[in-house]
Design a protein around this ligand. Structure first.
Ligand code: C6P
Length: 407
């Protein structure tokens, strides 16, 4: 295993100072930083290989296509998908969830059906279902959460019925940090004949993911949260479901034949990849997958658990702090909290002056903030490059914030 110093040296952006302090980047849940291996893979692609994919017979186009498809293969292996055909490249997790809502939802839902989601979802796993329920007449239901910030499994038992056609839930909450028991939830959905859609945006970067073991029907992810570039994400979908679904977007590459009277569709995964894709970004994502594999996802999870447990202990020394969600044994690498009545934006602004980047706001998850009767939190989130020394600086900056605001 490389040391944490060696890992940090792979991330050029971390080598800078912000307001005279070394940057402590504690905002990876919003978007992670990129190792030089990812930056160089994209740079190299543009310098030596760029051409459109699946379209040319010339050498560059063939090389670009091979590199693009090779990244799909690596991502398929990373998720243990049965076939690379089950990996659809999208723009981000949001687009992946919309793809399922529009393509599967509009075809399979109607009045009397129910879509079940949870109170701890990101807007990307709420709004597409609201839209598709409006379009189809289906009813949207929410699984509530307990006082510990976990899904209320008793309520879930009552809410999952033969009317439920689809159950969509996050594998890890971006506010509470809660890690949900994905395999169990999928099994419960299947028991009533519903399909299970997993929002893996926060879990895939941090925990080893085996879509076959989970038996998930669909799983959405974003490259930019897992050391890869922005502009690309993926949808894993079981082949039989994807085969039966109509296209989401129409255009080049997704067709087999176009006549003035109508069109027929390309094979998977191309049926769902209309237009020129984000080729360099997909190649960057492939390099990010290699980087995570080299680190080893078990190491990633262990490292984050250590940092998160330490941060949990330290932050609870600060009087007036209230962290949302369960203890460190049940959560991923993030802490969203309030500090007395100091506005989270003020907390984040003081931390920024100390060179510490955290996110403040509702984190695109307003219903869960409503649940707690608050409009915003400050959130520190951790990844492979974070250290306990950064946690110490973060906690010291919270004391400083209290001093400034005389709280
Ligand atoms: N959450 C955060 O700061 P996109 O924007 O499509 O890459 O990811 C959407 C998304 C979906 N599900 C969950 C659980 C998420 O956390 C996110 C993105 C970021 O928490 C940006 S709002």
């Amino acid at each position: 295993m490389p040391s944490i110093t060696e890992i940090r040296n792979d991330f050029p952006i971390l080598q800078q100072e912000i307001h005279g302090h070394p940057l402590a980047f504690l905002d990876s849940a919003a978007s992670s930083q990129k190792p030089v291996q990812v930056i160089e893979a994209m740079d190299q692609y543009y310098r030596t290989t760029h051409a459109n994919v699946h379209r040319g017979v010339h050498t560059l186009s063939e090389n670009a296509t091979a590199a693009y498809e090779n990244a799909r293969l690596r991502l398929a292996r990373f998720l243990n998908a049965a076939s690379p055909r089950e990996i659809i490249f999208t723009r981000n997790a949001t687009e992946s969830l919309n793809l399922v809502a529009y393509s599967w939802g509009r075809t399979n839902l109607s009045a009397g059906d129910e879509v079940l989601i949870t109170e701890m979802e990101h807007h990307s796993n709420i709004v597409p279902w609201q839209l598709v329920c409006e379009m189809t007449g289906a009813t949207l239901r929410f699984v509530p959460i307990t006082s510990r910030g976990e899904l209320d499994f008793e309520a879930l038992d009552d809410l999952l019925t033969e009317r439920t056609k689809l159950f969509a839930f996050t594998a890890m909450s971006n506010v509470l940090g809660t890690i949900n028991p994905v395999a169990e939830l999928v099994e419960q959905a299947h028991a009533v004949g519903a399909i299970a859609v997993v929002d893996g945006a926060q879990s895939v970067p941090h925990l080893a993911t085996d879509v076959q073991a989970l038996d998930a029907d669909f799983l959405a992810l974003s490259s930019h949260k897992m050391l890869g570039p922005t502009g690309v994400g993926a949808l894993y979908g079981k082949r039989a479901l994807l085969e039966a679904m109509p296209p989401f977007l129409g255009g080049g590459d997704m067709i087999r034949e176009v006549k003035m009277t109508g069109s027929s569709w390309n094979d998977l995964p191309y049926k769902f990849e209309a237009g020129t894709p984000a080729i360099a970004e997909v190649i960057g994502l492939g390099a990010a997958v290699d980087y995570l594999n080299d680190l080893d996802m078990d190491w990633v999870a262990t490292h984050e658990r250590e940092i998160t447990t330490y941060a949990w202990e330290q932050i609870h020394q600060v009087e007036g702090v209230r962290v949302l969600g369960p203890g460190p044994d049940r959560r991923g690498g993030l802490l969203a909290f309030v500090l007395g009545d100091i506005h989270p934006h003020d907390v984040a602004a003081v931390l920024d002056m100390e060179g510490i980047a955290v996110r403040a706001g509702h984190h695109c998850a307003q219903p869960i903030h409503d649940h707690y009767g608050i409009s915003a939190t400050t959130r520190a989130s951790f990844y492979v490059y974070n250290t306990k020394a950064e946690v110490d600086r973060f906690v010291a900056a919270l004391y400083k914030t209290k001093e400034i605001f005389e709280f």
